[in-house]
Design a protein around this ligand. Structure first.
Ligand code: ADP
Ligand code: ZN
Ligand code: ZN
Length: 815
């Protein structure tokens, strides 16, 4: 009999592949284990076993696998089923989902580059083959896995690499800049034979002449008597006030033995004062959610900002923990995990695990393994959208906070999934419940509560009867006309800032653009410097004195004269966070100003530093982009200013007004917490715009009704599903022709509305021209069948030689 495994490769190939294995391997391998396989000319990839069988492939000769990488499955069958759903719904390959799902350290391939860990200088604990790699890395700064194959003279090197990664002796190249935290902790103990009663005097005799050693030995006994646990060197030194050299001397005398224990990289401590009781309103909402779960799998908690949704989540999660279930808590943004992790760990202690992309590979693998083991340490997982791919075995509850946030939808690369929707599907597979939370729910979700698909619980009161902030509009047109502006600040806003600061309270200012100005313009000739590779003007960054492209990263020094007419009369147009920060420094020279945007939050602890500093009142005013609109809590903030609401309204997108409402309401919600009524000043050229008025009166329902009506009129979600096809090529003519061909075929074959091919607002990025085609699939049509037709049209497109080099991407439920 022949034996085969079918595997997924972490690649964008549309199929799975079959490899031959021996009978012994067949009995050893289980679905969900990884194997190293050859693919292509000489490459080795990490692949995942998804079936085992006895049928040779018909179209090719099956190769043999190289190596089995796991002793037990690291992916379970529910995950595989969920990934298959994602691949099919979002129209990508299972390999692409697999690649997005696993931490990079788990899908090594022969082209991965490894570097030495900066912290590893000791070679003890390394096996022979590991030592060879270690040595090679002393000569060269980095080596490829192909090099490792040569060094070791064998092909199956991934297990060795994996071992070294786990020991912290290697890093993957992408992590070069990350700070590595040691994983092994040094412990000491006395050898067994010295612990016998009669040996004790002998030990003390060995150190009678060395007073400090003598003292340390006595301290060691004392600690051991109290502690009865392994004693780390650090603990002993802290306890005794002794020095590392003394420990070393005792190790040399063989009175102490050193050993190393695995130390979790991330450890949380429970705080005793973290308990709380729900308010009456919260309790009512809490009960309503539970009743709702009797008849619905998904429930929306529509609670105003600062209504205490988090506390309701916590109490609900606790119930599922008592039933020994796992809980997944999804957040839209890494910046938010920080505050939430603090709150949840204070309550649940070490049962909380965190998973997001600013964590190192090793930290991510650690969480993964804790879930494989269904460990107590990962009963609650907090993460951003990719946490959805973790190996949960027993999910009871999924909480999706700020469910309206656009960042839940992945844009690039595939899988372009929506984490909220994929979470609902995952919950079904686990027979778990989903709680969606927001002060400003997405139109889709609220619509789902109206048509009975989801339950709805509303919480209108802020916690502690804090009142909602008062929102005041400032008409910019009028202010400029009456000359009541200093820079970008109206008199009204300035007066409020001054008063707030005088009371020792803090201010948040929101401007949805980073950099100093949107662009630079020549006054005599009107020339605006553009990015040479993209169809956008360059943004001026004053601190670095640069013009930068926000799409491709291109930058040049700020020009001293116009490149078109040589004039030195240049001016800047539009404004970003940098300019606001500078104006504030002139207006309030005594005050400390912080800035939070993509430029100031790079690096692993970028967000934390700024959030902490503001919380500790090291800044009086914080200027920022949308990052600070989301669920962050600062108790001392009583004034929020929106510098300009209009660029939110003027986005060319069917969701522009919905998003403007959400963003403004959320920013406003940062004002006034704990016993202080807040104030919000919105500066705008459109004070009578419906959306702005809805924000002022905090009327979500009015916004919902108006926007739903528009969506129905113009046929947008939730009244249809959108698939957006993007085509890109460097050759403008070829792209135009190809896009038209594709559009015509789709139009003929689908018999539903197809729009395009359209030039998007920015029609060239990194030297590639772009065209988009929108397919609107009516909710009444058979979605699966329409997708099949789309897929067929695309494969005929790809079969045309002239169009083969045109890049095509599909975005299902484009939003
Ligand atoms: P939301 O997530 O709805 O914006 P939060 O859950 O962050 O609101 O709650 C707002 C503030 O009220 C927080 O500072 C929180 O600690 C406090 N709070 C909410 N509920 C309680 C409670 N039951 N007991 C004590 N403090 C609470
Ligand atoms: Zn560019
Ligand atoms: Zn000019």
């Amino acid at each position: 009999m022949l034996y085969f495994v079918e595997v997924v490769l972490p690649l964008a190939v549309p199929k799975n592949f079959t490899y031959q294995i021996s009978e012994t391997e067949f009995h050893y391998i289980q679905i969900g284990m990884r194997v190293a396989v050859p693919f292509g000319k000489s490459k080795i990839y990490t692949a995942l076993v998804i079936t085992k069988h006895h049928n040779p492939p018909q179209l090719y000769q099956a190769k043999e696998i190289h190596q089995i990488l796991d002793e037990k499955p690291i992916v379970n069958e529910t995950q595989i089923a969920h990934w298959q759903w994602i691949a099919s719904y979002y129209m990508c390959s299972l390999g692409e989902v697999f690649r997005a799902a696993l931490p990079t350290g788990y899908i090594l391939e022969s082209e991965t580059i490894v570097t030495a860990s900066k912290n590893q200088t000791e070679t003890n604990g390394l096996q022979d083959d590991e030592f060879l790699i270690f040595e090679a890395l002393q000569q060269q700064s980095s080596i490829s896995i192909q090099d490792v194959v040569k060094i070791l003279g064998k092909k199956t090197v991934l297990p060795v690499i994996n071992r070294m990664l786990a020991k912290g002796a290697l890093e993957l190249q992408e992590e070069i800049n990350e700070q590595y935290k040691p994983k092994l902790m040094r412990y000491i103990k006395m050898p067994e034979h010295l612990l016998q009663p009669e040996a004790l005097t002998q030990v003390l005799a060995m150190v009678t002449k060395a007073k400090k050693q003598h003292e340390l030995v006595l301290k060691y006994f004392q600690l051991q008597a109290q502690h009865k646990k392994p004693i780390s060197v650090k603990h002993l030194l802290d306890f005794s006030g002794s020095a590392a050299a003394i420990v070393k001397a005792l190790v040399e005398k063989e009175i102490f033995e050193e050993y190393y224990l695995h130390q979790d990289r991330v450890v949380f401590e429970k705080k005793n004062d973290a308990d709380f009781t729900l308010s009456e309103h919260q309790q009512t909402a809490f009960d309503a959610i539970q009743t709702n779960f009797n008849s619905n799998d998904v429930c929306l908690l529509h609670g105003v900002t600062a209504s205490g949704k988090t506390e309701i989540y916590i109490k609900l999660m606790e119930q599922y923990l008592h039933q020994d279930k796992q809980v997944l808590f999804l957040l839209p943004e890494i910046a938010l995990t920080f505050q939430l992790v603090q709150r949840l760990t204070a309550y649940f202690g070490n049962q909380v695990a965190v998973f997001h992309s600013k964590y190192t590979n090793n930290e991510r693998i650690e969480v993964w393994n804790q879930l494989v083991a269904n460990s107590e340490k990962a009963k609650i997982v907090i993460g951003v959208r990719s946490a959805l791919f973790l190996p949960f075995s027993n999910l009871g509850l999924l909480v999706i906070d700020e469910e309206h946030e656009a960042t839940f939808k992945q844009q690039d690369p595939a899988p372009r999934y929506h984490a909220r929707d994929a979470a609902v599907v995952l919950a079904k597979m686990h027979q778990a419940k989903v709680l969606l939370g927001s002060a400003t729910p997405s139109l889709e979700t609220y619509y789902n509560t109206k048509n009975g698909k989801y339950g709805l619980v509303t919480l209108k009161e802020r916690f502690g009867n804090v009142v909602l902030p008062e929102i005041e509009l400032v008409d910019l047109k009028d202010c400029y006309f009456r000359k009541r502006m200093s820079g970008h600040f109206s008199d009204t806003l300035l007066k409020e800032i001054t008063e707030t600061l005088a009371l020792g309270e803090q201010v948040i200012l929101f401007q949805n653009r980073r950099g100093y100005s949107s662009y630079v313009e020549c006054i005599p000739c009107g020339h605006v410097p553009h990015c040479p590779s993209c169809d956008v003007s360059l943004t001026y960054h004053k601190f670095k004195n640069q013009l930068r492209c926000h799409y491709c990263g291109y930058s040049i020094a700020n020009p001293t004269h116009c490149h078109s007419c040589q004039s030195v009369d240049l001016t800047t147009k539009g404004f970003g966070t940098e300019q606001i920060e500078l104006e504030l420094k002139t207006l309030f020279p005594e005050k400390k100003i912080g800035r939070m945007d993509q430029d100031t939050t790079r690096g692993k602890f970028g967000y934390e530093k700024i959030i902490d500093a503001f919380k500790n009142q090291e800044y009086d005013i914080l200027v920022g982009t949308q990052m600070l609109a989301k669920g962050l809590h600062f108790d001392n903030v009583t004034l929020v200013g929106v510098m300009n609401a209009d660029n939110l309204l003027n986005q060319p997108h069917f969701r522009a007004y919905e998003r403007a409402f959400q963003m403004l309401t959320q920013v406003a919600g940062r004002a006034g917490r704990k016993a202080k009524k807040g104030k919000v000043i919105i500066q705008t050229y459109n004070p009578y715009h419906n959306t702005i008025q809805q924000v002022v009166s905090n009327d979500y329902l009015a916004m919902f009704k108006e926007q739903l009506y528009e969506r129905q009129n113009f046929n947008y979600p939730p009244f249809c599903r959108i698939i957006r096809i993007t085509v890109k090529h460097r050759d403008f003519e070829k792209l135009k022709e190809g896009a038209m061909w594709l559009y015509n075929v789709l139009q003929q074959q689908l018999q539903i509305p197809v729009l395009g091919p359209e030039e998007p607002a920015i029609n060239r990025i990194r030297n590639e021209y772009i065209r988009t085609i929108l397919i609107k699939i009516p909710t009444t049509a058979n979605l699966g069948q329409k997708k099949q037709v789309v897929a067929k049209c695309l494969s005929s497109f790809e079969a045309i030689a002239a169009y083969r080099s045109i890049k095509v991407t599909l975005n299902v439920d484009y939003s």
